[in-house]
Design a protein around this ligand. Structure first.
Ligand code: GDP
Length: 472
């Protein structure tokens, strides 16, 4: 404050004391005191909403259509445990290294790009699973263009298959089904298609819109056909970016490496990143000292859809944090420091999420249109009944969307999904796991449990009418 008004610290402190406020030099003044003191020196104070400003800083200048060029798709592989996600990623990684390229993919950096014989590329996020996918989404990253849902043909649609499908749908990411393990006795793809149809997901062979591919990740059978289908989907999506601008994108993973300092794998989503660029991600920043690809080869630049490991940041941003290149080092430092300050002041406060008693307030603000819910229950019958009844509560003003439903305990995956989608979780005769409870507490996600269906319906109906008193 003293600096801003171009007076000495001592003058500010003595002015405070004359107003009866005892302060020390490092103490933060609250808004009223700042106004008071400033007015004593003849200044008017204008407070800036830092959070809003931070959001504005993230908004990018739009690229013109003529500046945008096709970019390769970014793919996440999801599915039930043991259905073959890792095997598929491993097979693709080892099988598609371009002939003549020195060495295969030597390091796990969280993402890799494969070059196909037809000259096209596909980027895979190398941490399979819908939890990682949605955790990144919860931090604001929209990275994945296409989700491949792996389902073992000798098994069935399992709880985590359903979760994966809900997570992809909630993110609005198109799905391709990989029907895996067709080399095994007892593999029955038709049964899987039938179960998918039961969830309203019709594959093309059944007259629907979803591409699917029967394959064996272990033997590599038909994996090339899956890759072709990914490229086809990408063509429909018409993915484009402008390589001729300063880079922006998302953090895939970051850590502190003993020898090299902070290392971060980033995915460039627009523009081109160059060695020496100044990057800001969240409260961290730095000049890119070196870049490596997944083959541990030094690279000088990384264009759209390219994952690279970078050295030079002054900390480890979280996965899913966005990054952006700034031309001016002082500006970059300033932005990162201001964000660090906001985070400190908010005590890492999470974004405010929807709760039932918050609906009335949001309705009054006039920006509440959709109540998203996740339903977990003890038996399928009650989950379906509750889901139907809740959806029927939809009115002209508020749509009730069930973004995921399933049988079983409320788990961490439900909480991340609620966090990324701003949903409430409803349990019927089930409780959250301890980890889920802890996660929900930290993220401010509401979990409501009921043992009578009507009680659930009544309470949500009242909430939608804005009738619940906010708890103070
Ligand atoms: P994840 O948990 O989904 O990542 O599954 P994994 O890739 O670890 O695979 C689980 C098990 O299934 C491993 O023992 C794999 O070897 C096996 N597996 C994966 N794909 C196939 C396949 O296409 N055929 C056969 N026979 N086994 C497979």
């Amino acid at each position: 404050l003293a600096n801003l008004m171009d007076v000495s610290f001592a003058e500010v402190i003595s002015k405070c004391m004359s107003l009866g406020i005892m302060v020390s030099i490092n103490q933060r003044l609250d808004a009223e005191v700042i106004e008071l003191v400033a007015s004593e020196f003849g200044y008017d104070v204008e407070f800036i909403d830092m959070e809003k400003q931070m959001e504005m800083e993230e908004v990018e200048e739009e690229d013109g259509d003529h500046e945008r060029e096709p970019r390769s798709p970014i793919v996440t592989i999801m599915g039930h445990v043991d259905h073959g996600k890792t095997s598929l990623l491993d097979y693709i990684r080892s099988a598609t290294v371009v002939a003549g390229e020195a060495g295969g993919i030597t390091q796990h950096i969280g993402a890799y790009q494969v070059n196909l014989p037809n000259g096209k590329d596909i980027t895979f996020l190398d941490t399979p699973g819908h939890e990682a996918f949605t955790a990144m989404r919860a931090r604001g990253a929209k990275v994945t263009d296409i989700a491949v849902i792996v389902i073992a043909a000798d098994d069935a649609i399992m709880p985590q298959t359903r979760e994966a499908i809900s997570h992809a749908q909630a993110a609005g990411v198109p799905m391709i089904f990989a029907i895996n393990k067709i080399d095994k006795d007892g593999a029955n793809p038709q049964k899987i298609y039938e179960q998918l149809a039961g969830m309203n997901l019709l594959v093309e062979e059944w007259g629907g819109k979803y591409q699917s591919q029967e394959l064996s990740a272990k033997k590599g059978t038909n994996v090339d056909l899956l890759l072709e289908k990914i490229l086809l989907e990408a063509e429909i999506l018409d993915l484009k970016a402008n390589p001729d601008r300063e880079a922006s994108g998302s953090i895939v993973e970051a850590s502190l490496d003993k020898g090299r300092g902070y290392v971060a794998t980033i995915l460039v989503q627009n523009g081109t990143l160059n060695n020496g660029d100044i990057v800001v991600s969240g409260q961290h920043f730095g000049r890119v000292k070196a870049m490596f690809n997944e083959r541990n080869k030094r690279v000088d630049e990384a264009g759209p859809s390219t994952p690279v490991l970078i050295l030079g940041l002054n900390g480890a941003p979280q996965a899913g944090e966005k990054f952006k290149v700034y031309a001016d080092e002082a500006e970059a430092k300033d932005i990162a420091n201001r964000r660090a300050q906001i985070l400190r002041e908010q005590g890492m406060r999470a974004k405010k999420h929807i709760t039932l008693d918050e609906i009335g307030r949001r309705l009054a603000l006039g920006n509440f249109k959709e109540l998203k819910v996740i339903i977990k229950g003890d038996v399928d019958g009650s989950v379906e009944a509750l889901s139907d009844s809740l959806q029927k509560l939809s009115t002209q003003e508020i749509l009730v969307s069930v973004i995921h439903k399933g049988v079983g305990q409320i788990n961490e995956s439900d909480v991340v999904l609620a966090e990324a989608s701003d949903a409430v979780i409803i349990g019927f005769n089930v409780r959250p796991s301890m980890q889920a409870n802890r996660l929900a507490d930290g993220a401010g996600i509401q979990i409501k449990t009921y043992s009578v269906i009507y009680a659930a319906i009544d309470e949500i109906k009242s909430a939608m009418e804005g009738m619940l008193e906010p708890k103070v």
